[in-house]
Design a protein around this ligand. Structure first.
Ligand SMILES: C[S@@+](CC[C@H](N)C(=O)[O-])C[C@H]1O[C@@H](n2cnc3c(N)ncnc32)[C@H](O)[C@@H]1O
Length: 272
């Protein structure tokens, strides 16, 4: 099988699974051959070495496995991160949470942040790279996620500024914290997710409870108790009213809800 034949074959295999089967076929072949797409175009007649291994990764993709788990790589904000099974694949909408947090860091004297649910390290790493004076304490209940975060944090040389802690929320954290940031699990337990998500991504990263907003509310309570200045969270597109109602019962200085690029409600910033 040469490169041209491999792309045609893989496009055909992925036809019913991917929105852009030919493009994904090329990306998977690039991953397999460790080359770029220009190389594929320039070498169409070249025989694909270890074609069986290429067929294996196409079969995984055909079975709805996310591309990022196959390549162990995801682009996020201005960096690329290592990901594997057991950790959530960071989503583009979470980049907006970072922009919101960045505005506050610039305006206020924020020096210490706690991130609840660090996952791959995506949020903490981007913030630490943008603001060299910020220190971050990042927690997660998942040892698998923490292993991935550790790998990414070490890759970017941020081990002295991002402290990882295996704990529930911020249990046991005694440090003074200016701001809490979190993209917690916020999906209702009975929400029907796409196959590629529900079959492959960790449940503890997705589901927030019967309603979905239970962990978000716990984090709001925690931020209030800890007397932090700000809390910035991502939330579900349908949770604005629930959160606004909850905040009415609590004494907060102000709340700003933000939307994503699709104009869906996506998160909030509370000033206490
Ligand atoms: C939606 S993922 C976000 C991961 C990463 N911050 C991101 O934005 O890509 C939520 C993360 O929270 C973690 N998590 C869930 N419940 C938690 C809890 N009670 N305490 C700490 N972390 C928790 C999950 O293991 C998962 O890594």
């Amino acid at each position: 099988m040469n490169i041209k034949q491999a792309i045609l074959w893989a496009s055909d295999e992925l036809d019913l699974v991917c929105e852009r089967p030919s493009f994904e076929a090329q990306l998977l072949l690039c991953h397999h051959l460790k080359c770029n797409r220009v190389f594929l175009v320039a070498n169409e007649e070249k025989i694909v070495e270890d074609a069986e291994a290429f067929k294996d990764i196409v079969a995984r993709r055909k079975n709805s496995e996310p591309y990022e788990y196959i390549t162990n790589n995801v682009s996020f904000y201005d960096i690329e991160l290592f990901v594997e099974h057991g950790v959530l694949i960071p989503r583009p909408e979470t980049e907006l949470l970072i922009d919101e947090v960045s505005n506050i860091i610039k305006q206020e004297k924020i020096t210490t942040i706690a991130e609840i649910g660090v996952g791959s390290g995506a949020i903490s790493i981007v913030i630490a790279r943008k603001f060299p004076n910020i220190k971050i304490i990042a927690t997660d209940i998942s040892p698998d996620a923490l292993n991935v975060a550790k790998k990414n944090i070490e890759y970017f040389g941020l081990g002295d500024r991002i402290k990882l802690v295996h704990t529930n929320l911020l249990d046991g954290i005694k440090d003074n914290i200016d701001m809490i940031v979190s993209n917690p699990p916020y999906i209702a337990n009975d929400f029907v997710l796409e196959k590629n998500v529900i079959k492959y991504e960790p449940k503890e990263a997705l589901f927030g409870g019967v309603v979905g907003d239970e962990i978000l509310k716990e984090i709001i309570d925690l931020a209030k108790t800890k007397e932090v200045k700000f809390l910035a969270c991502e939330m579900g597109y349908d949770q604005k009213q629930l959160i606004a109602k909850y905040l009415n019962q609590i004494n907060v200085n102000s709340v700003k809800f933000y939307t994503d690029l699709a104009k869906l409600d996506r998160g909030f910033i509370i000033k206490f």
